[in-house]
Write a protein that binds this ligand. Structure first.
Ligand SMILES: [Zn+2]
Length: 471
């Protein structure tokens, strides 16, 4: 074999190796296209069958924008199909028993039920890893982020807290509670959003749902309070996200979470599809509430649109739900649930992602036939790959190379590590403990009550609330 040919063959062999995950040297990674901003939008409980119905009527134009310009499909989820576990899996690439968020609560040594918080996570999340690699992150409203931890950028918690009287399972920002924003010097400024949203909440609700009837019975009061929670919590995080998208320098990875579709899905499914239920829900309620879920999906689509428009021009997007929802007929409180792991929503598009040869027609889709794209385990590896940060071999999923535009050469990756975790990180976590009486004092509880975040002192409602929030 002529020497030059052999050299070329060796060189080509070397290049082939360099293009396999784990086979790259750092110079190849340095030559690859540099990462651009990535924005992950989480829409808890967004259900494909409803999305498909609404796409057919052009009622979700912004989700359609993302779907038509990239890849969409179902996101395989896990059991138990519980939001704190899944959203933490999405952020870590680890199974529940590995990341430590195995439920909403745990039992303490002396038999007490304690809310799990960020302090209970036993592995690094994307925001920890990216921070170590000098990437800037903006984490807003993500599950199990209270109390906040140091990141290179900003973290705005989803605050779930214990008090003597109440627990907030599914949280939001709560005035008067420390450790909800990192860096702490931004807490006051970010918390001011809660008051701003409170001032416009009624107007916002009317814009989304039209005029909602006054509650006549207890069940209606609970349902209407769910609407109030969804609108306010999502508005707080949306306003915060818009504010952060406007900042310079910008953020490499943004993760924004919105919980309303899940909360309203549990409560209003029977009014959307009354024919499925025996006995049928009261006609009067059907008339009042039949469009609540779809009105809210439209609203979420609008929120997504404003984030798309506010994002830097070179940003790419991943939009996901942790699971879908299915009707249930045996639960006295909920008319839909997600125990059986109905797959979630997935769509991605932007400069780094593969474009379809032809934008697909989104009318007449069959929800049953929408293909599975990947699993919740694959998101963290794929997001790390986007930033060309080494994969941890202890992560459960894999890099979804086919989602990326070939020009982005995502296969060029640094050598994976056995793990991103280390003893120093775990030791730091014990310092994150939330103060046990965060919202214990009466004054703050009254404030929460007036804002609609916690219920009245009505035993039945409280119980109901806890169950509901415990999803
Ligand atoms: Zn739920």
């Amino acid at each position: 074999m002529p020497r030059s040919f052999r050299r070329r063959a060796l060189l080509m062999f070397g290049l082939t190796l360099a293009c396999l995950p784990g086979g790259c040297d750092s110079s190849r990674v340095a030559d690859a296209p540099p990462p651009t901003p990535l924005i992950v939008i989480g829409l808890d409980g967004l259900e494909w069958s409803v999305v498909v119905e609404m796409l057919d009527k052009d009622h979700l134009p912004n989700l359609a924008r993302v779907m038509r310009a990239g890849t969409f499909g179902k996101l395989e989820t896990i059991r138990p199909t519980s939001s704190p576990i899944i959203w933490t899996t999405i952020a870590t690439g680890k199974r529940g028993e590995e990341h430590g968020i195995t439920d909403f609560t745990r039992t303490s040594d002396d038999g007490e039920t304690i809310l799990l918080t960020n302090a209970d996570r036993q592995t690094k999340a994307l925001w920890n890893i990216l921070s170590e690699f000098d990437r800037r992150v903006a984490i807003v409203g993500w599950w199990m982020t209270y109390p906040v931890e140091p990141v290179n950028g900003i973290m705005v918690a989803q605050t779930n807290t214990d008090s003597d009287e109440r627990r907030l399972f599914k949280g939001t920002l709560v005035e008067g509670v420390p450790d909800q924003v990192y860096p702490p010097e931004r807490q006051e400024e970010i918390l001011s959003v809660v008051g701003d949203v409170a001032k416009r909440a009624e107007r916002l609700k009317r814009r989304i749902f039209g005029r909602l009837p006054k509650a006549r019975v207890n069940a209606d009061r609970v349902a209407l309070r769910k609407i109030d929670w969804a609108v306010r919590a999502d508005a707080v995080y949306h306003s915060t996200a818009l504010r952060l998208l406007d900042e310079q320098p910008g953020y490499d990875l943004s993760m924004f979470y919105f919980g309303g579709a899940d909360v309203l899905g549990h409560r209003f499914w029977n009014y959307m599809y009354p024919q499925l239920y025996d006995p049928r829900p009261p006609q009067q309620n059907v008339l009042m509430y039949r469009s609540v879920i779809k009105d809210y999906y439209k609203h979420l689509d609008h929120l997504v649109g404003t984030l798309l428009d506010a994002a830097p021009a070179d940003a790419s997007f991943i939009i996901i739900s942790d699971h879908g929802m299915v009707p249930v007929f045996t639960d006295t409180r909920f008319s839909a649930h997600h125990h059986e792991a109905p797959p979630g929503f997935f769509a991605c598009s932007g400069p780094v992602f593969r474009k379809p040869a032809e934008p697909p027609d989104l009318h007449g889709l069959d929800a049953e036939r929408i293909p599975l794209v990947c699993s919740v385990y694959d998101l963290a590896p794929t997001i790390l790959a986007h930033f060309r940060i080494p994969l941890g071999r202890d992560m459960a999923g894999s890099i979804q190379t086919r989602l990326f535009d070939p020009a982005y050469q995502v296969a060029i990756q640094p050598e994976p590590r056995d793990s991103h975790d280390d003893a120093a990180f775990l030791a730091e976590r014990t310092r994150l403990q939330p103060s046990a009486d965060s919202i214990a004092d009466k004054e703050r509880l009254d404030q929460l009550r007036s804002l609609g975040y916690v219920g009245d002192d009505d035993e039945e409602e409280d119980e109901d609330d806890e169950d509901d929030d415990g999803d």
